[in-house]
Design a protein around this ligand. Structure first.
Ligand SMILES: [Zn+2]
Length: 178
């Protein structure tokens, strides 16, 4: 079944509102949503997309794949902090009901963009390491530690599920200027 999802406008209040947890009996629907979200994310060359960004007030996001992440890292001039780890995998992953249970490491500033804020960039300070508990698309529970670039992505997307966007968290930056 097609749900005809699309990116909501940046003024949509769903982006500023905490989403509701996914229940196990919603998994089939989440799989359908994930497939459509993947199409949207790849169309816009994104590397992460949270459900509220396409109008779904549920706590899950997708991220990856590694090839797109490689391309993105090359275009972000301050990404030198990050070696590419292989957390991402070659396909897009669905992360359900994530909770950041631990943060650690240096606070690192980096310029981030967001598919919900087209053309805008913000310098955002985030801890280098984070531990996430979440369910995967088969409702298996995981606790996984991330560092570097993937840690940043999962924090950015988990923020979305809490109604937090980078325009409130970071400092607006012109990536073409100084
Ligand atoms: Zn975003």
């Amino acid at each position: 079944m097609m749900h005809n999802l699309k990116l909501v406008e940046k003024t949509d209040l769903i982006l500023r509102t905490p989403a509701q947890p996914v229940l196990e009996n919603e998994l089939d629907l989440i799989k359908e949503y994930s497939r459509e979200m993947k199409e949207i994310m790849l169309q816009y060359k994104g590397i992460g997309l949270a459900a509220p960004q396409v109008g779904i007030a549920k706590t899950f996001f997708i991220c990856g794949p590694e090839d797109n992440v490689q391309t993105t890292i090359k275009t972000w001039r301050n990404a030198r902090h990050y070696k590419l780890d292989h957390h991402f995998g070659s396909d897009v992953r669905t992360i359900i009901n994530p909770e950041v249970t631990k943060i650690d490491g240096e606070m690192i500033p980096m310029i981030e963009g967001c598919l919900s804020l087209p053309g805008e960039h913000f310098k955002v300070l985030r801890p280098d390491k984070s531990t996430l508990s979440y369910y995967d698309i088969n409702w298996k529970k995981h606790t996984e530690s991330f560092d570097g670039y993937m840690s940043r992505v999962v924090q950015h997307e988990t923020d979305h599920l809490n109604g937090i966007m980078i325009d409130k968290k970071g400092i607006k930056t012109d990536i073409n200027g100084g």
